[in-house]
Design a protein around this ligand. Structure first.
Ligand SMILES: [Zn+2]
Length: 237
């Protein structure tokens, strides 16, 4: 009888471990996806900053060519100035030059502002790229270890499967049936539990003294009157 109990406990351990491993394996693909999407999100923040810097550069180049155009315009006015006939015309051209210079000075102020913004954005990008290397490497090694663990778990599952078949074969079919019925009623719960100091470890309720004595003799399969689990005696502490 004691052997039968031991075999049932063993079977239960195998099943408990199997359930734990399967539930961990269920999370594997989600965990891998989460790591990938963390990296992806970080890549997107860098890409967003790169779009910003490209826009700033483009705008800066536009400013540069506007400044150039205005300088050419000014040169043309200066040339006209040399062949001017009267004072009114002369004053008008001077005014034009003043306007063009005013425009350029406004654009140049903008350009200084853009250089600052470009500097800031470049710094952000450089910092993020440094961080990215770390994030990428960390995710990579985490993914590797998840995959390795999953492989080991698969191997263990196959072992457990074999052990389960082996151990099931050692159980008296009558007992196995009872065990399976209890298991079925409460999947994930223990079906075989020890009784220590007359307390059932399945439900923490005291069992009657008579039953406790019978349990000690260990001559037949016994059940907790409270939780109906298969119970077995272990030495009081
Ligand atoms: Zn109980």
């Amino acid at each position: 009888m004691r052997e039968q109990i031991e075999v049932l406990v063993k079977l239960q351990q195998i099943e408990t471990e199997t359930v734990q491993i399967k539930s961990a394996l269920n999370d594997v693909s989600q965990r891998l996806e989460d790591l990938d999407s963390g990296v992806k999100i970080f890549e997107q923040t860098i890409e967003a900053q790169e779009r910003i810097i490209n826009d700033l550069k483009k705008q800066y180049r536009d400013y540069e060519s506007n400044v150039q155009l205005n300088l050419e315009k000014e040169q043309k006015i200066q040339a006209k100035l040399r062949s001017v006939k009267n004072n009114k015309e002369y004053q008008a051209l001077l005014k034009e030059i003043e306007d063009v210079r005013g425009k350029n000075s406004e654009i140049e102020d903008k350009m200084i502002e853009f250089l600052d913004r470009m500097d800031i954005t470049e710094t952000i990008i450089a910092t993020k790229k440094d961080e990215y290397i770390n994030i990428f490497e960390r995710a990579k090694s985490e993914k590797e270890s998840i995959k390795q663990n999953a492989e080991a778990s698969e191997k263990r599952l196959a072992e457990l499967d074999m052990e389960s078949a082996e151990v099931s074969g050692l159980v008296d079919p009558k007992f196995l049936k009872r065990y399976l019925i209890i298991k079925e009623q409460d999947p994930g719960e223990l079906a075989v539990v020890p009784v220590k100091d007359a307390v059932c470890h399945g439900c923490n309720v005291n069992i009657p003294p008579q039953l406790y004595n019978e349990l000690f003799r260990c001559d037949s399969l016994r059940f907790c009157p409270n939780c109906q689990r298969i119970i077995y005696y272990i030495k009081p502490s």
